[in-house]
Write a protein that binds this ligand. Sequence first.
Ligand SMILES: C[S@@+](CC[C@H](N)C(=O)[O-])C[C@H]1O[C@@H](n2cnc3c(N)ncnc32)[C@H](O)[C@@H]1O
Length: 229
Amino acid sequence: MNQQSGLFNHKPFERLAQLDAVEWLRTIGDGTVDLVVTDPPYESLEKHRAVGTTTRLKHWFEIFPNSRFPGLFAEIFRVLAKNSHFYMFCDQETMFVAKPMAEAAGFRFWKPIVWDKKTIGLGYHYRARCEFILFFEKGKRRLNDLGIADVIEVPRVRNSYPTEKPAAVSSVLVGQSSAIGDLVIDPFMGSGSVGDAALSLARRFAGTDTSAKAVELTRKRLGATELIR
Ligand SMILES: C[S@@+](CC[C@H](N)C(=O)[O-])C[C@H]1O[C@@H](n2cnc3c(N)ncnc32)[C@H](O)[C@@H]1O
């Protein structure tokens, strides 16, 4: 399946790159990826940071401007297999921008899935307890378990990589939308939480991040990931 991209010739976690997401996706063959789960540093993050909700973070990263979404979504659509899913972590502002752009790239939008962090965070107005994950489909693929709710309850990760998502959230997405041995990718991998979920469920993983620190963290983390079944 992944002969064209060469991803098959590597151990599951060896294909980690330090490249721009779109540039990296261009190196991957058409239809060779089974699932994309990702979490771009969308531009409204800078707004949250400006009002103080994320200023506690010591390390920060470049944002990925909304104007680049059409190019990103076109590449994700191209590399995904015929009947497959694409999940993107998102906030309440970016989801309205990203949805029509992903649809223009060919995806069907199903719904936002809610990640319920179980406790309220910093902020103003109604204090944030949840985040969204946009659920898109290329072609037609059945979820593995039709009994799973669209609210995933997992506490946030503390003292971690900036905006790190719990691997337990990605485990639900990987478990629902791929099979053992499938290739899962994350073109904005950060600390490697999606890779951790993928490997622990016996999927293969490849990813990129422009930050050397992120690539190093992911390499170490995935080297230590254990299969959980
Ligand atoms: C929101 S964080 C991802 C966090 C990750 N989901 C986790 O659980 O750790 C976004 C990541 O995208 C990376 N990044 C920023 N611009 C990028 C680009 N153009 N291509 C690839 N990665 C990029 C940042 O360095 C950062 O690590």
